[in-house]
Design a protein around this ligand. Sequence first.
Ligand code: XMP
Length: 218
Amino acid sequence: MVGERDEQCAGPSGLTLIVTAQLKIKNSKSKTAVPSRWRKEVQSVLITEAQIARRIKTLAREIERDFHGHEMVVVALLNGTVVFLADLIRQLNLPLRLDFIGVSSYGLGTESGNLVFTKELRLDVRGRDVLLVDDILDTGGTLSRVLPKLRKLQPRCIKVCVLLDKKERRVEKIEADYVGFTIPNEFVVGYGLDYGERYRNLPYVGLLRTEILPGTES
Ligand code: XMP
């Protein structure tokens, strides 16, 4: 889990979370062809639409098991989570409430520095079980700012769910409780993730061509 201790969100049996095997995406040279419309910008498909859909179903079953019997509040970080969130909550067969926190880092680049909060949480999460959803856990900078803010609102517990985890880049001591895919250290777009606010509408996670990403580290 994340830095400080939260009470565990547990299922009816009282068992705490059992972390299931995470799916590791190793090879960035997927055999799935990039649709022709995007070929000039997108180099390759890293995770296909079908892989994402399958994985979300599995994640949803794990989350249902752990949150069963408690008042659940899903808190999603804007804007990158929108596509993942929409698919994830429709697979969650349990009552939930939904709210958003807006976070944004200035500029067009691929780094997540200079974080600003653009929207505050409206729902009262005191005493509730919170599922915090983010698109990608990279250095951990974003979650290390968001989690203390959320803890101050005194939820009963907080669990973190991310679609993607770039473990190699971690700086902060933060792990997610539910991870869709562990990916290599490459800048990804699609399925909600952007570069300069573009590419969020790609239905898969892909890699941009290097000429589109000037001066990227990865
Ligand atoms: P940190 O470093 O704070 O990163 O854990 C989390 C936020 O940084 C953005 N991010 C990316 N966005 N492709 C993107 O489109 C990436 O490969 C990537 N890596 C980090 C993202 O906004 C995320 O919430």
